[in-house]
Design a protein around this ligand. Sequence first.
Ligand SMILES: [Zn+2]
Length: 338
Amino acid sequence: MIVNTDRTYQMLLVLFFAQSCAFILGLGQLYGGDPTVQTARASTPELSRDIPDRSNLAECVIAQINYPRHILSYQLHITTIGDHLDAIAHQYGSEAALIQQYNHISCSPPPGRALIIPQTNPPAIWPQQSVRDQTILIDHGRTDRPWVALTIDMGAGSQPVPHMLEILRERDIQVTFFPTGNWIAQNPWLARQIAQDGHEFGNHSYSHPDLRTLTDRQIAQELAKTEQLLYDTTGATSRPFVRPPYGAYDERVLQTITTQGYLPIFWSLDSLDSVDPPKTPAFLIHRVTTTLSREELSGAIILIHGGSEATAEALPSILDQFATMGFEVRTLSEVLGQ
Ligand SMILES: [Zn+2]
């Protein structure tokens, strides 16, 4: 689900259809979403550098291209039924393989998926609206599958993280970690272990400030520093996901994040594991697995924290409970739709 700051778009399960794609061997089941397209000319040129390959890009590889690419600006595109990456790339002056790598998607993402489009050339048609006119915040994924995204914020504390990784490794479950730059600087070996275990990263700023108190330029620096350090440390990217510290945002913050080539990510359910008073493992198990209905849980983005010992203790039961309920714990990319 994509939340507009003015209104909430309900992603309705309007229709299912099989769409053949020249690059995919098989049929993809797609669902109907809000067809709103939010596009624009952003104003911050930036040099990109190597975006590492994602092994889970799977079936459809358009072409290997050489990096770095010079990025003129970033655009936001919400996919509609029948959208194809080649056409999107042509429309915006981008490259299909680059869009794939930035967004961790296959060549036929489902309708309603928010994509960051890195522009390498002037677009075929300059968009009507500026990216600055648009604000999005993602707090839910696809609702047509029994999948939940477990997202682990890491600002302070790392002690429970090795245990969490072990639990996830035993069950062969991959999730999405949102470390701050400071956390990566203090825990480079753990960051590498997270990457090695096949987990996904998002960006949780460098120093964990309330982004509303920063200038646009400072916000951009917070994101860029973390992305650079993550890449230098692990070879992985945090793109395209940013979770604002404290979940604190306003329209300007969301617009700045998007202009920098990221999707702002919120959550469907906060485990409350970082909220006082301290929570017991029993509370967290109950909170995470019983608060949402089955319907609400499909595609839910769940927030937990890597610094919470109680969460590490609760994690095996949470994962077992989801499995018993028929839900699979997945990465954010997978739950948003690849
Ligand atoms: Zn945080």
